[in-house]
Design a protein around this ligand. Structure first.
Ligand SMILES: Nc1ncnc2c1ncn2[C@@H]1O[C@H](COP(=O)(O)OP(=O)(O)OP(=O)(O)O)[C@@H](O)[C@H]1O
Ligand SMILES: [Mg+2]
Length: 449
């Protein structure tokens, strides 16, 4: 389909000359004499670019304002009367693409039109790539419908567009990195880098020069200037994973960057300013580390402007079938298999399991099941022993012939096993007080710590 132009000029001769010229050049051209007429054409159909005349006392200015407001994606080229050049520049500040003072050479105008259209096409392509990225790494990629996950999605959406530092806490494999990624992608910073640093993987000195960079000759082996991750992340987001593992001296340096938004490279004197959004994550109890004096409290409060806690999978069992099915689809597709299903009993066992490695552990297991199970339906016998055994001890079989007290005992012990021996959780799952649970356990001859 040829590109569609709208040319608005009240002078009949200018209009038709430009119209003929662009039609001969392969464009579909709409001509309008007045702003009203031009806006009607715009409302009525798709236009790729607008050429508009701006002369004293005419309504061009209002029309431009209206287009910029309602059709901000369409490039506008202004043909300005020499007296209106200032106004044309003001329009460009508001978003018009270009202007030319009249009289305008049509060949030059054609070049300008061509350039504006290709810039627009690139912008469109960029926007669609951005949407695809958001789909892959944004919230749509994070599975979960439990109230706990809905609460997290809500928090991510609220905090993403702001500058606030975010601390993500949660057990290993609960999706902290996915969330950090989503925060970046849902922010204005998405066009700039997302830089991830694994703090526990590097020795302190190496980590410092990794974060802040170093000058040539800063230390033995520093043969050239090295830009740190903070510099590379400028205008984007830096994600410091395992932040609980950084030592005291690095904590001080990080605090300074957060306070002043600037730093020096190792061995350097030049102060470098950056605009970086900080997202940190840890699976350690940072607050407890603060209380024990292992982590600076001033740094903790700066990192923890907004806290997102990812709950372990065993606390949102309702999400388990959703996750299992989604990973099943993913791995079947990846391995070119028709989609395998999982039977009810097997799914129930997966729901019961404790998943100490959380979603990561589950994802690996599902991949294993997809690859190793023989038939189209994954069955209980396909499960590894440790899951089947755990299911047994978490399950109580109800059958006539026992007293209520006996079932109560079985249920209490199974629940305790299921919470990994955590009595407070067991009491809360059972809907009884901690004291009652202790009393019962004593009755059963269980040692109570
Ligand atoms: N809610 C979820 N939906 C889909 N996939 C998930 C979800 N949570 C985690 N995953 C997947 O589980 C794996 C682990 O997630 P991630 O790396 O984000 O966890 P983490 O909390 O950063 O773990 P660690 O503390 O060990 O670094 C990844 O493959 C991730 O894609
Ligand atoms: Mg992680």
């Amino acid at each position: 389909m040829p590109p569609r132009l709208l040319i608005l000029d009240d002078e009949q001769t200018v209009r038709s000359k430009a119209g003929d010229f662009f039609r001969a050049d392969g464009y579909a051209v709409n001509l309008a004499e007045t702003a009203d007429e031009g806006l009607r054409i715009l409302h009525g159909g798709e236009i790729d670019l607008i050429v508009v005349d701006l002369s004293p006392g005419k309504s061009g200015q209002n029309m431009i304002d209206e287009i910029l407001r309602d059709y901000s994606g369409i490039p506008i080229i202004i043909l300005a009367d020499p007296q209106c050049v200032e106004d044309a520049i003001a329009c460009m500040r508001k978003g018009a693409y270009e202007y030319r003072a009249k009289p305008v050479d049509l060949k030059e105008l054609a070049l300008l039109v061509q350039r504006a259209l290709s810039v627009r096409a690139l912008e469109k392509e960029n926007a669609s790539l951005h949407i695809q990225l958001q789909d892959r790494f944004g919230l749509t990629n994070i599975i979960g419908r439990s109230p706990e996950m809905e609460h997290i999605f809500d928090k991510v959406r609220t905090v993403a567009p702001t500058k606030a530092n975010v601390l993500i806490t949660g057990e290993s494999g609960t999706g902290k990195e996915l969330i950090a990624n989503a925060i970046h992608l849902l922010s204005e910073r998405a066009r700039f880098p997302f830089v991830k640093v694994h703090c526990s993987a590097l020795a302190s000195g190496v980590l410092e020069s990794e974060l802040f960079g170093h000058e040539k000759g800063a230390f033995t082996g520093a043969s050239r200037l090295h830009r740190g991750r903070f510099e590379l992340a400028n205008r984007g987001t830096i994600f410091l994973d395992e932040i609980g593992d950084i030592d005291a001296s690095l904590q001080v340096k990080l605090l300074r960057v957060l306070q002043e938004r600037s730093f020096e490279r190792v061995g350097g004197e030049e102060t470098i300013s950056v605009d970086v959004r900080l997202v940190t994550a840890t699976n350690r109890d940072l607050f407890q580390m603060v209380e024990k004096g292992l982590f600076r409290d001033d740094l903790y409060y700066r990192l923890n402007v907004v806290l997102i806690h990812t709950p372990p999978l065993r606390e949102r069992k309702g999400d388990i079938p959703l996750l299992v099915n989604s990973f099943l689809r993913e791995y079947c597709r990846e391995n070119g298999m028709i989609e395998k299903k999982i039977d009810q009993r097997t799914m129930a066992a997966l729901e019961q399991y404790r998943w100490s490695g959380n979603v990561r552990e589950m994802k690996n297991l599902v991949e294993n099941l997809v690859v190793m199970s023989k038939g189209p339906i994954i069955q209980y016998s396909d499960l590894p022993d440790y899951i089947r055994e755990e299911k047994k001890s978490d399950t109580i079989v109800l059958a006539a012939g026992k007293t209520l007290d006996e079932y109560e005992r079985e249920l209490i012990l199974a629940t305790l096993h299921w919470t990994g021996g955590n009595k407070s959780r067991a009491a809360s799952v059972l809907g009884i007080g901690r004291k009652t649970l202790h009393r019962k356990l004593e009755e059963y001859g269980q040692t109570v710590s």
